[in-house]
Design a protein around this ligand. Structure first.
Ligand code: FAD
Ligand code: MLT
Ligand code: ZN
Length: 496
């Protein structure tokens, strides 16, 4: 597998050039001094200043880029891309660099085009809720921007303090609100994109309805920077719920998760906004690393896993009553689906319960090096997938403190999205070989997806055939060829 990947990477880069001093001199001429970081003359930035751009969030992928460009306008992006196109220089678009599949850092020495200097809101219409923003706006800052107008962003994720809306769109990020507000394929109304030859594609419409042929913007949603650089996003923001509540439910067995989901959906109906699952290992790690306040010993005793339920509705009393009725009905039957439920009583508790779920990613990264598999499989199989993987690693002699420390599962039950995480002391070829194609074969047996929401990046280009047919992959390659015949946009990502 390794030699095939090296060959692929050699092939993808064979017609591409490294950045030279003369290129940096050109960039220094067209951009302001603070927008050009380069170890090459005439700029000469210290190499360690480029480390954060060259290293991904997990510390798993590292590039060797000599040059990071931080344009301040779409026009500047266009001029950079046009130059790179002429000179056959590869580009990695980079947002908040929180991606989890190695898509946002170079494989070799590609130019890193950071959107972080493009962070202005262009317009907001409080009547329609349509927000138009630069791609480099941080998700949390957009949430803060629309809050006084009583609106929220249609997506929320643990990385909200760093990830950018352009990165969210490029990865088609799912997150914690997808159950309620659907995917970005629905809420993104328009995009502005700089194409791989520098042309600006203006599709930044704010129309709710537009049936004028092929919907080109959809191609860039989830393209992970392989078809162009997103510079502007028009997105529909929903009205803020007037009341939000949450409760964490402790379950005696995983088998109860799916029946619980059915019951909760039926009873809470329109006010249900999240149904998130963490297994016992994930909970213990979140607590160990200080993510949210631990539940009492009594509440966690005998719990095999936990489910966080959130409601968002229009009337507090009505929603609280529904939630209280749900809890009562869950506990009063002969064979309850839950051991107990802890209801948030105030905003601090509400945040603390969410932190137990959202904080698992952070906790895992503090515990060790994570192999992260973000898969779509039927919700009823989540535990089986986690257990089978753990047993497989045990059978290979890899389940011990010096190799794999934990195998855990958490995720978005409502979306059939399991996050299978293997936490190891370090990244090693033995663990990698034990996990792949093992995990992908499980996914294929369920006709699932090797990427539910994080994307393909550099991590899963070889795994695409486990989820997509040859015909689909051939079409994707033709689309890539059409948009980017020189192959300069994020080479070696998504497609081999
Ligand atoms: P980056 O990481 O910088 O880039 C991601 C990809 O998009 C790369 O391929 C890059 O080249 C491309 N890209 C970035 N910006 C642009 C642009 N303007 N134009 C073209 N291409 C671009 N993901 C989920 O789906 N759901 C979650 O719940 C979730 N939770 C997370 C929690 C944590 C703590 C972390 C660290 C990550 C999480 N993620 C989650 C991963 C996720 O993909 C992102 O955090 C986010 O969408 C990436 O945005 P970013 O700005 O950091 O993009
Ligand atoms: C999540 O749901 O917490 C995110 O997708 C991040 C992760 O998988 O760790
Ligand atoms: Zn997720």
């Amino acid at each position: 597998m390794l030699s095939r990947r090296l060959f692929t990477s050699r092939r993808v880069f064979s017609t591409l050039n490294s950045v030279r001093d003369s290129d940096v001199a050109h960039f220094a001429k067209i951009l302001s001094p603070s927008s050009v970081l380069s170890t090459l003359p005439p700029v000469s930035t210290p190499r360690d200043e480029l480390d954060i751009y060259n290293t991904d969030w997990m510390g798993k992928y590292r590039g060797k880029s000599t040059t990071v460009l931080k344009p301040k306008s779409t026009q500047e992006v266009s001029e950079i891309v046009s130059w790179c196109h002429d000179k056959h220089i590869p580009i990695v678009p980079q947002g908040g660099n929180t991606g989890l599949v190695g898509g946002s850092v170079p494989l070799k020495d590609e130019v890193i085009l950071s959107l972080s200097n493009m962070s202005n809101v262009r317009s907001f219409d409080p009547v329609s809720g349509i927000l138009v923003a630069d791609a480099g706006c941080i998700l949390q800052s957009l949430t803060d921007y629309v809050a006084p107008y009583d609106h929220i962003m249609p997506l929320d994720l643990g990385a909200k303090g760093s990830c950018q809306i352009g990165g969210n769109v490029s990865t088609n990020a799912g997150g914690l609100r997808l159950l309620r507000y659907g995917s970005l394929h629905g809420s993104v109304l328009g995009l502005e994109v700089v194409l791989p030859d520098g042309t600006i594609l203006d599709q930044l419409t704010s129309l709710r309805k537009d049936n004028t042929g092929y919907d080109l913007k959809q191609l860039f949603i989830g393209a992970e920077g392989t078809l162009g650089v997103i510079t502007g996003v028009s997105i529909l923001t929903p009205p803020a719920p007037q009341a939000s509540n949450n409760v964490i439910l402790a379950l005696p067995t995983f088998d109860n998760v799916v029946p619980l989901f059915k019951t909760v959906k039926r009873q809470l109906s329109e006010i249900l906004s999240a149904f998130e699952f963490i297994d016992r290992t994930a909970y213990d790690l979140a607590v160990k690393h200080g993510q949210g306040r631990a539940l009492s010993d009594e509440d966690v005793e005998g719990a095999q896993c936990f489910v966080l339920v959130e409601t968002s509705g229009g009337r507090r009393e009505h929603d609280e009553e529904k939630l209280a009725n749900l809890l009562e009905s869950l506990l009063e039957v002969d064979k309850p689906l839950i051991n107990t439920g802890v209801l948030a009583q105030n905003p601090a508790q509400f945040s603390s319960l969410w932190a137990l779920r959202e904080g698992v990613t952070e906790a895992v990264s503090k515990e060790g090096k994570a192999y992260k598999y973000d898969i779509s499989v039927p919700a009823a199989t989540f535990k089986q997938v986690v257990d089978t993987t753990r047993e497989h690693l045990r059978s290979k002699g890899l389940l011990h403190e010096d190799a794999v420390k934990h195998v855990l599962g958490y995720g978005h039950v409502g979306d059939g999205n399991l996050h299978l995480n293997i936490v190891a002391k370090g990244y090693t070829p033995e663990i990698q070989a034990a996990l792949e194609p093992f995990v992908y074969e499980i996914v294929a047996r369920h006709r699932g997806s090797v990427s539910a929401e994080h994307g393909i990046g550099a991590m899963k280009t070889h795994a695409l055939p486990y989820s997509k047919t040859d015909v689909s992959i051939a079409l994707m390659k033709r689309i890539k060829e059409l948009f980017d015949p020189r192959g300069i946009m994020n080479p070696g990502k998504v497609l081999e």
